[in-house]
Write a protein that binds this ligand. Structure first.
Ligand code: NAD
Length: 261
């Protein structure tokens, strides 16, 4: 297969871990020039090293930024354009799970924090990247929603509100920007084994989190967690020109769990 990202610039937030890192590695293997963004500088350096081990010639810039701060987002978009002149594809992915609790005990500060990162951060990213892509007359955005953005999961007020919001933004903006050659879609991952999911299982099961994990996936039709690499394959396709006609919609990657009664 022809490398799908030769000469293309791919911008990824939350690139220091989990899904962001897996997607960065996959598109780097297919020739992408990378702009990697994360709030955690050390984990970004780790991602860069890991990618260079596999793809020594990969062009990579690292940008430390907090996606919940609009000025940081404006700056990471500017730095990417200043470096590479264009943004062909954007994986708008950084997010946090937040604490698990009943709605009445969830906490207003926690709610605001989770929405600030997961929803406002995605909005700011779209605001500045879409301006660039509209001028280019081409581009692809993949937003990271969640099964928690299309179904009720429970004990996740802030997460559910933010991820349902990401789905709404995706549908709305996809309708607006199709005419400019820009497609916008979201993914809805189920339980993919990353640091975030480990943290979530630790909230429920403490040190016994692996046993909690086994019980958790016993109700999944595939009886297992998804792996970050599997999300890497999906998102690389969605970010590529091959997926241009997939627009304003949400693609689940969850072993079928969100369709189960
Ligand atoms: P992860 O914790 O492994 O990675 C998330 C990355 O985002 C981290 O490197 C973190 O430092 C970064 N980040 C957090 N807050 C940030 C901020 N304010 N600014 C910039 N970077 C920030 O988690 P993951 O599982 O890879 O999650 C990635 C995305 O996928 C999130 O949006 C998450 O909600 C979503 N998601 C994950 C799963 C799953 O099962 N892993 C399921 C559904 C959705």
């Amino acid at each position: 297969m022809e490398p799908r990202f030769n000469g293309k610039t791919v911008l990824i937030t939350g690139a220091g871990s989990g899904l962001g890192r897996a997607v960065a590695l996959q598109v780097a293997k297919e020739g992408a020039k990378l702009s990697l963004v994360d709030v955690n500088k050390e984990s970004l350096e780790e991602s860069k090293q890991l990618i260079h081990t596999d793809v020594p010639e990969a062009d990579i810039i690292l940008i430390t930024a907090d996606v919940s701060k609009e000025e940081d987002v404006q700056a990471y978009v500017k730095k990417t354009v200043d470096t590479y002149n264009e943004i062909n594809a954007f994986f708008n992915n950084a997010g946090v799970e937040g604490k698990q609790n009943l709605t009445e005990s969830y906490g207003s500060d926690e709610f605001r924090k989770v929405v600030d990162i997961n929803l406002n951060g995605v909005f700011y990213g779209m605001k500045y990247v879409l301006e660039v892509m509209k001028k280019q007359g081409a581009g692809t955005v993949v937003n990271t929603a969640s099964v928690g953005g299309i179904r009720g999961v429970g004990n996740q007020s802030g997460y559910a509100a933010s991820k349902h919001g990401v789905v709404g933004l995706t549908k709305n903006s996809g309708i607006e920007y199709g005419q400019y050659g820009v497609s916008i879609k979201a993914i809805a991952p189920g339980a993919i084994l990353t640091k975030m999911v480990e943290g979530s299982l630790r909230q429920i099961g403490g040190d016994d989190w692996e046993a909690t994990g086994k019980e958790f996936v016993s109700v999944n039709p595939m009886k297992r967690f998804g792996q970050p690499e599997e999300v890497g394959y999906l998102v690389a396709f969605l970010l590529s020109d091959q997926a241009e006609f997939i627009n304003a919609c949400v693609i689940p990657i969850d072993g079928g769990q969100s369709y189960k009664y």
